[in-house]
Design a protein around this ligand. Sequence first.
Ligand code: GLV
Ligand code: MN
Ligand code: MN
Length: 424
Amino acid sequence: MTVSINQNDIDLRIDINRLNRRLADLAAIGAIEGTEGCARLALTDEDKEGRDLVVTWMNDLGLDVTVDGIGNVVGVMAGQTDGPPVMCGSHIDTVRTGGRYDGNLGVLAGLEVVETLLAANITPPRPLAVAFFTDEEGARFAPDMLGSLVFVGGMALEEALDITGIDGCQVGPELERIGYDGTAPLPAAAPHAFVEVHVEQGPVLEAEGVTIGAVESVQGISWTEVTITGQSNHAGTTPMSMRRDPGFVAAAAANFARELAAELGAPQVATVGRIEFFPNLVNVVPSKATFTVDLRNTDEQVLKEAEARFNEFLQTTAAAEGCEVDTTSLARFEPVIFDPAVVDLVEATAVELGHSVKRMPSGAGHDAQMLARVCPTAMIFTPSVNGISHNPAEYTSPEDLEAGTNVLLHTMLALASTTELADV
Ligand code: GLV
Ligand code: MN
Ligand code: MN
């Protein structure tokens, strides 16, 4: 089915200054000195402070705020009728060296949509909801998109609460510690539809001079933690032929990941983002090396091939070096296709508002890919300057933030006017 743009209130526009003020106020929490970026790893003190601020804003706007058992927060604006809301949202946790837009934009743009409607005295035909989901980044607790995964019933709450993070802390106790172990039911009731506005985090829109991305899909993601064990020994006295060196195996695997991505070709990407040697000393052959590998592709079959070939290289290289290999899957999600009717609506809304628009896949993971399991879903991208993200230098111009948030506003209004969307 197609969803039409709602011509009522089509001249309504958001207030970019208000949105930018909220982005700046939130970015001040966990600010990384000398940069525009922030560090608010999930369930840390900084995350709690950021959550408290956004909840205050939700309450100030008169939203009905609930918190569930994994710490997802949903604020609902009443509509002319009851029933499942049109939901938007994203996350406010960041990587340790994050920008101020990744995730935060999707949440604060939602609040801006609500405030715009309140200021214009407009009650939407059905309720609207703004959500922020716990631990989207997965940088502290894997997998990524943890809160939205539990929200849609993709992981049991008990399993999620037991997850141990990179610092040895567990999700459950950390949620309790920061006071976000709520009671709203899980899995949550499916929204009527879900739309997430997010910065692209890649170079495509800027390079092509396009303002809005109508996101059609999200690529598959595979995260593995690898531990290699060998034998610690003296760096000066141990002949090369007698070494069982996990450091060498880890370095060779990192190099192979790069070669593998080049051989499989775009869109295959491969990243070794974390690596630790033990005891990590200049004159000691390590006894152990631990590293992560992040493999992604839009094509599930090619992603499976990448996983198999990486594992084969790992086993062969470790065996030749006399080392043992242990692997743990941290995250594995197949590629996701968004609802064509909602993607069409995002595209048509961008055109109606006078913006250039491109249908495109997402390279990054997003909460929307989890919501797509339970309701019609799509995303709106805005350009990222120089394609930089997961970096404090991440930047999107106010004009582009404004365009994306106006597209969100009118996409949500159109979805709120539909009745049978959930049957699409
Ligand atoms: C989440 O931000 C991811 O794509 O790694
Ligand atoms: Mn994000
Ligand atoms: Mn991110």
